[in-house]
Ligand binder design. Sequence first.
Ligand code: ZN
Length: 138
Amino acid sequence: MEILILVVIGIVLILAATPMSFKLRYRPPKGWGAGECRWHLFHNEINIHPDYRFDQGLIEHELYHARGSILSNWVRSILYEFVDKFRYLEEVEAYRVQLKEYPKGVKGERIAKFAEYLKYNYNLPNKLTKDAVKRLTR
Ligand SMILES: [Zn+2]
C-alpha cells in the first residue's frame, strides 16, 4: 500500500514539475474570436487566425492561458470551465498581458473593446463583469 501512495505522489510531483507544451498554429479558431487556447491533456493547442498572425498582443494572450505545468493546466482548465469568477479573472489577466503589447495611443480603445468581450463572450454574469474596465486599467 505504501508503495502505491509513493507512486501516486511521484506522479503528481512529475506532473507539477513538467511544463505543459503547446502547439501554436496560424489557422482560424474553432470558437469565437481571432485566437484561442484549447486545453488538452498533455499539450495546449493555440490557434491564431492567419489575419492576426502579427498581433503579438493576441499571441501573448493565448500563451498566458498555456503557461505553467501540466498539473496547473489541468487544475486551471477545470476551474475555468466551472467557476465564473476564475474564468473572469483568468481572462482579465490574459487581456492585461495582451494590452502591454499595444502602443499607448490605442490602449483606451482596446480596454473598451476587451471589456465588451468580457461582458458578452465568456458566459459571465453581469454583476461579475461590471468592473471590467477598472480591472483592465489597473
Ligand atoms: Zn483568453
